[in-house]
Design a protein around this ligand. Structure first.
Ligand code: SF4
Length: 368
């Protein structure tokens, strides 16, 4: 498991690589087909700035070669904002005295009906981490009810045991998203002062438990801005490649959630600029060539339209990040503020305008 591999990565050595790469290393990386972690570090370094156009072009070409001119569309459905964790950067943290909601299956199906009517066939069930409300049984039964409407159902919930993922897989869930948030173990402890999420290694091994439990796709990510962005990105790249090499049946996706100010006043330690985010997207395309790269509505319409051709292959649209947000007018607290508030049709039209196809379904359980 990766928790046995991770301690062998000398973080000081990795940081030295990041600090020492220069212009020549960027040029070398651009000539290679198979990049190593030093190449990746070069592509996200300040030395890469003068080459940004060349890097973006190469990332674009590779993406078109591997995925065509397509963007897979998905929608998140928040089923609960109950959470037992104390993540300092998140508005859902249990210390935040807010009204909590758990959608009944009926209410979740109402939200899902709105999402389906907009054209989506890929659905991501999201919740805070509180197994008293959202557990394998709740998710499994809901997935069974949703199966006829959606060709792919993913979960972004608390880490489960392998048997939990197997149960969900049998109920029709086929993908898992779990962000490590940061690979800096000290910072991880600091920003996760309470709750089960404090267990760094348990979280680190979650994508593998998912893969072993039958998930055909696992999504990784760090909260960009939480820790040192370059170091977290390098660790994420290594983790993604490890999964790709050891679980060849499982597709890996990488997301780029940029940390925003949260309820409770948390401010990002290391804010990530648009330029840095663009470099990260391109570097992941060049380093993990076949990975699905995801950009959500956390980012503005302008930014998403400008950068998606540089490597992104999956996007959300019309998202609501509060439970019941699609079908009721209730103004419950959002997990994060949606920056791209365009309608689904508007986002799809913007994708088509750039010569891409918005794909609503690229998978069917019958394909197994
Ligand atoms: S980030 Fe997730 S686990 Fe942490 S408080 Fe927010 S909802 Fe809970």
């Amino acid at each position: 498991m990766y928790s046995e591999v991770f301690p062998s990565i000398d973080q000081n050595e990795l940081m030295s690589v990041i600090e020492e790469v220069g212009s020549r290393d960027v040029q070398v990386a651009l000539q290679k087909d198979q990049l190593d972690i030093k190449d990746f570090a070069a592509l996200i370094s300040p030395a890469a700035d003068p080459y940004i156009e060349e890097i973006a072009n190469k990332a674009h070409q590779l993406t078109v070669q591997r995925f065509g001119r397509t963007i897979l569309m998905y929608a998140p459905l928040y089923v609960s904002n109950y959470c037992t964790n104390g993540c300092r950067y998140c508005g859902f943290n249990h210390q935040n005295l807010m009204e909590r909601h758990l959608l009944s299956h009926g209410q979740a199906l109402d939200d899902a009906a709105v999402i389906a009517s907009e054209g989506f066939r890929h659905l991501l069930l999201v919740s805070g981490e509180d197994p008293r409300y959202v557990d394998e049984q709740y998710l499994g039964e809901l997935a069974v009810k949703l199966k006829g409407r959606f060709s792919s159902i993913g979960v972004e919930v608390q880490p489960l045991e392998e048997s939990g993922y197997r149960h969900l897989s049998e109920c029709g869930v086929d993908s898992l998203t779990i962000y490590q948030e940061t690979y800096n173990t000290e910072l991880y402890s600091e920003v996760h002062p309470s709750g089960k999420k404090r267990d760094f290694n348990y979280r680190l091994d979650t994508p593998e438990r998912g893969a072993l439990g039958g998930m055909r796709k696992v999504g990784l990510g760090v909260l960009l801005g939480l820790g040192n962005v370059s170091l977290d990105a390098c660790n994420l790249a290594l983790h993604a490649r490890y999964i790709m090499q050891n679980y060849w049946r499982t597709q890996v996706s990488v997301s780029f959630p940029r940390l925003r100010a949260a309820e409770g006043g948390f401010q990002p330690y290391d804010p990530v600029s648009d330029r840095t985010l663009l470099k990260l997207i391109c570097a992941f395309r060049l380093y993990t060539v076949d990975a699905v790269l995801v950009l959500s509505t956390r980012e503005s319409a302008q930014f998403r339209d400008a950068v998606f051709p540089c490597g992104i292959t999956q996007m959300s649209a019309g998202s609501k990040t509060n439970p019941g947000g699609y079908s009721s007018q209730d103004d419950t607290l959002e997990q994060f503020h949606v920056e791209d508030s365009r309608s689904v049709a508007h986002v799809a039209a913007a994708i088509r305008e750039q010569g891409y196809e918005a794909v609503w379904k690229d998978w069917d359980p019958l394909l197994v």
